[in-house]
Ligand binder design. Structure first.
Ligand SMILES: *Cc1c(COP(=O)(O)O)cnc(C)c1O
Length: 420
C-alpha cells in the first residue's frame, strides 16, 4: 500500500518532490528517508482530532530520535516523551521546552533524575515505589518540588505482539491499582513530590479502539475512587500505542480514535497527555537498500542487499512486515518470489520474506516501507557496520540530517592497553 507522500513519478519512487534515485546517487545506500509532510501531518491529524480537549501530545522519542525530526514536531507544538537521560539531552538539543517533556521508564538513574528535575520537566512517569522514593529524596536534596504521574498497570490485553504489550498484569511496567492507591493515600510522605497525575500505556501497534477504551474506563474508575478520597488528579497521560498500516491492517484513524475516547473524558477537567510514537513517525519513513547479489537456490530466490538486521531489526525481532517497493518500476508483468536478506552472519537477518516482485538484479534499489519508527533508533553496529545516514525531504528540498558513520566512528573511544 502506497502512502501519498511516497509515490511513483515516471516509474521512479519519489518522496514528496524528490526522486529517491537521486538521493541514493548522492548519499549512497543504505539509508533512511523521511517525509517532513507525512511526519508533521500525522501530528496535526491527532491534534485536530482531539482539538476540543486540547491535550498535550508528546511524541515518543524512542520511535525516532533524530534532532531534525524532533525539531520539526516541536515547532508544530509537540512535546516529547523521553525514556532516558540521553533522550532528555536530545529533547533539549531539539529545543523542546521543559514544560512539554514527560519522562517514563522503569530504570531511571540518580543522574538522570537529577538532570530532569533541574531542567524542570513537566512530569515523571513513575513505575515503582523505590523509584518514587528516589525522586523524592533527590528533589529534596535539590530543594525543588517535582511533579509525578503514577504509571498504573490496568491489566488489559491489547491484542498485539507479546514483546510490545505492556499493560498486562505480568508486565514489568506500571504499578498495580491497589499499590497505586496506597501511594496516593501516602502522598504526604513524599514532601518534595507533587503526585498529580496518572499514566497508562498498554502497548504498541494497537489497531482497534476497544483495548484503549477498556483500559481508560478502568483508569477513570480508579481516578473516581481517588478523587472520592480527596486526591486531586491534574494530568491524565493516556500513553501511545496507536497502530499503523504495515500491510493489510485497517487501523482506526485519529478521528475514529478520538470519537471513541473523547466521550469518556467529557465533563472532566484533566489535562490529557498522549505519547504517540509509531502513529506519527512510522509511515513517514522508508529504508532504502541496494541489491548486491541475486542468489537462486533450488528452494528459494534470495535478494542479498546491502542493508541488514543491524540497520532495520523489526523483521528479525518481531517478525514485522514492511512492504517492499522497487525504487525503479520495471515494465514486466511476470513476478518472482524473493526473500530479501542482509549481509549479516545470522539466519535471522532478513528484511522481507516471500515477496512477489519483478525480476531483481544486482544494483537494483529497493525500499522497505513504514520504517520511520523503531527503524534507525534500534539500529546497531553489529558486524562492525557503520550506521546508515538519515535524510529528510521537505517539498523539493532534502538534507542529510545524520551522516553515515565512518570507519573511525566504529572504533571511537576504544583503547588497546600496552599490556595486551
Ligand atoms: C514506547 C512508548 C510509547 C510510544 O509507543 P508507540 O506505540 O510508538 O505509540 C509511549 N509511551 C511509553 C511509555 C512508551 O514506552
Amino acid at each position: 500500500m502506497m502512502m501519498h507522500d511516497f509515490h511513483y513519478r515516471k516509474g521512479t519512487l519519489h518522496c514528496e518532490g524528490v526522486s529517491v534515485l537521486k538521493i541514493a546517487e548522492q548519499v549512497g545506500t543504505p539509508f533512511y528517508l523521511y517525509s517532513h509532510k507525512t511526519l508533521t501531518e500525522h501530528y496535526l491529524k491527532l491534534e485536530q482530532a482531539f482539538q476540543s480537549a486540547r491535550p498535550l501530545i508528546c511524541f515518543s522519542v524512542k520511535a525516532n530520535s533524530s534532532l531534525a525530526v524532533l525539531r520539526a514536531l516541536v515547532k508544530k507544538g509537540s512535546g516529547l516523551d523521553v525514556v532516558s537521560g540521553g533522550e532528555l539531552y536530545r529533547a533539549k538539543k531539539a529545543g523542546c521546552p521543559a514544560s512539554r517533556i514527560v519522562y517514563a521508564g522503569v530504570g531511571k538513574t540518580d543522574s538522570e533524575i537529577t538532570e530532569a528535575i533541574q531542567f524542570g520537566i513537566l512530569l515523571f512517569n513513575v513505575e515503582s515505589i523505590p523509584e518514587l522514593e528516589r525522586i523524592n529524596t533527590i528533589a529534596q536534596r535539590l530543594s525543588k518540588r517535582t511533579r509525578v504521574s503514577i504509571r498504573i498497570n490496568p491489566g488489559v490485553d491489547p491484542h498485539t505482539h507479546d514483546h510490545i504489550a505492556t499493560g498486562k498484569a505480568e508486565s514489568k511496567f506500571g504499578i498495580d491499582l491497589q499499590t497505586a492507591r496506597r501511594i496516593f493515600r501516602n502522598a504526604a510522605h513524599y514532601s518534595s513530590v507533587s503526585l498529580c497525575g496518572i499514566h497508562v500505556h498498554i502497548g504498541s501497534q494497537i489497531v482497534q479502539g476497544e483495548p484503549f477504551v477498556q483500559a481508560f474506563e478502568k483508569v477513570l474508575l480508579f481516578v473516581d475512587h481517588l478523587e472520592a478520597e480527596g486526591v486531586k488528579i491534574q494530568f491524565l497521560n493516556l500513553g501511545g500505542g496507536l497502530g499503523i498500516i504495515y500491510s493489510d491492517e485497517r487501523p482506526q484513524t485519529a478521528s475514529e480514535f478520538a470519537s471513541k475516547i473523547l466521550p469518556l473524558f467529557r465533563s472532566r477537567s484533566f489535562r490529557l497527555i498522549f505519547e504517540p510514537g509509531r502513529f506519527i513517525a512510522g509511515n513517514s519513513g522508508i529504508f532504502v537498500t541496494k541489491v548486491l547479489f541475486v542468489k537462486e537456490t533450488p528452494a528459494k530466490n534470495f535478494a542479498i542487499v546491502d542493508g541488514g538486521m543491524n540497520d532495520l531489526i523489526r523483521p528479525a525481532l518481531y517478525g514485522s512486515f514492511h512492504d517492499l517497493w522497487p525504487v525503479m518500476k520495471k515494465n514486466q508483468s511476470q513476478k518472482f518470489s524473493y526473500d530479501v536478506v542482509g549481509p549479516i552472519c545470522e539466519s535471522g537477518d532478513f528484511l522481507a520474506k516471500n515477496r512477489k516482485i519483478s525480476k531483481l538484479k544486482t544494483d537494483d534499489l529497493l525500499a522497505l516501507a513504514s520504517a520511520g519508527a523503531y527503524g534507525f533508533t534500534m539500529s546497531s553496529n553489529y558486524n562492525a557496520r557503520p550506521r546508515v545516514p538519515e535524510v529528510l525531504v521537505r517539498g523539493r528540498k532534502f538534507s542529510v540530517i545524520r551522516e553515515r558513520e565512518k570507519r573511525t566512528d566504529l572504533i571511537r573511544g576504544e583503547h588497546v592497553p600496552s599490556w595486551v
